[in-house]
Design a protein around this ligand. Structure first.
Ligand code: UD1
Length: 363
């Protein structure tokens, strides 16, 4: 039998794929072949996740590295196409919304190989976001669409995707969170940073809309100075943000505790004990909802509205002036109560694996 090719490329992909690969072990007839495109490649952005999440060493690393969207996507497509010359695949599984997701889906579908998309149907309705384009294209050409929430199913149906292709399976990223939470807590990472439990904020920023424009990034850093006047702030800096700050000559305010990107367990432990999180990440909006930690999202829109409707997330818009009033509201005790969305129960990977195994039988 030919391979089930599973693709990861960038940091947020690793925790989504791990529980699927794990659950596929119950079906020895399904042979997953793990491909890492190499979109992320640093120890801190990639390797540490493989170790901590118990991901197998990739069967192939395409080593594409960083570049413009067009060149990075093209490089992934060329290398993945060559791989499919070599390996016969009956299906390609892609996760999330990064360039690796869309690039490998396009290659597969044009070769007549079926595509399964995990985390299908999320929509920000903001086409200036590269990830929104990746989501739209990937979903339009996928054969199996695994959705994390009912709003995602509705989006797909509204776009004309046949219901028979859509499976509401829950959130595999939350599987990983639940599986590793005890280990993350046991590391006591906040002690290492000298942070008081429930008495500090975690900040992450990497969206081009926040960090690529000098004026915007300057105002955000200024607002963060105000946040650090109120409570300790830890700011693990994404390489993209660090590069922009260096290029634009910005330094983080001295009152912020700045560090390099953290591994999965350290970061999860820090999220879990934070007073609140300020972020522009997609995944962190979901993780804070699962942990019941208030999340302030520095974006004008979100593709994950369930984290607002049912979780702890609040959208601040894209004006950094909204940061301090929102922080003061949380410090004053106003935080939305959370209920974890249905099917974010730690078993999404099992549901996905069982559907894939059934497809393998049909194949
Ligand atoms: C990518 C994803 C984004 C995701 C994010 C998570 C796309 C379009 N974007 O954005 O959806 O939220 O990953 O981190 O796919 N770099 C390193 N080391 C690395 C990787 C990147 O130093 O291991 C630096 C390089 O300077 C690179 C920059 O980070 O140019 C941006 O990396 P890239 O993969 O292009 O996009 P991200 O901003 O990480």
């Amino acid at each position: 039998m030919s391979d089930l090719i599973c693709v990861v490329g960038a940091r947020p992909n690793f925790m989504k794929m791990a529980p699927i690969l794990d659950a596929l072990r119950a079906y020895p007839a399904v042979r997953p072949f793990l491909v890492h495109t190499g979109q992320h490649y640093d120890q801190a952005m990639s390797r540490v996740f493989f170790t901590e999440l118990g991901l197998p060493v990739p069967d192939r690393n395409l080593e594409v590295g960083s570049d413009t969207h067009a060149r990075q996507t093209a490089r992934i497509m060329e290398s993945f196409d060559a791989l499919l010359d070599e390996r016969s695949a009956w299906m390609v599984v892609v996760v999330g919304d990064v360039n690796s997701t869309v690039a490998c889906s396009l290659v597969a579908v044009k070769r007549g190989v079926r595509v399964a998309h995990v985390e299908a149907g999320l929509r920000s309705r903001d086409r200036s976001m590269p990830e929104e384009i990746n989501r739209l294209v990937t979903d339009a050409i996928s054969d199996l669409l695994f959705a994390t929430s009912p709003d995602a199913v509705d989006n797909l149906v509204a776009e004309g995707v046949a219901r028979s292709k859509i499976h509401l399976v829950g959130n595999p990223m939350i599987d990983t969170l639940k599986r590793h939470l005890d280990a993350a807590r046991g590391r006591k990472t906040l002690d290492r940073f000298g942070l008081p439990a429930r008495g500090y904020a975690v900040v992450t920023l990497h969206r081009p809309s926040n960090v690529d424009d000098g004026a915007g990034l300057g105002s955000i850093l200024e607002a963060l100075r105000g946040v650090a006047d109120r409570l300790p702030v830890l700011f693990p800096v994404h390489p993209r943000t660090r590069e922009r700050m260096t290029r634009l000559g910005f330094r983080a305010p001295a009152s912020l505790q700045v560090c390099d990107p953290l591994g999965y367990l350290d970061f999860l432990g820090l999220l879990d004990s934070a007073r609140f999180v300020l972020t522009d990440s997609g995944g962190i909006q979901e993780e804070t909802t699962a942990l019941d930690v208030p999340c302030l999202t520095l974006r004008a829109n979100t593709e994950r509205p369930i984290t607002i409707d049912e979780g702890t997330n609040r959208l601040l818009g894209d004006d950094p002036a909204a940061i301090l009033p929102a922080v003061d509201a949380i410090m004053g005790g106003q935080a939305p109560p959370a209920r974890s969305p249905k099917l974010w129960d730690g078993r999404a990977g099992e549901r996905i694996a069982s559907i894939l195994a059934e497809e393998a039988g049909d194949h």
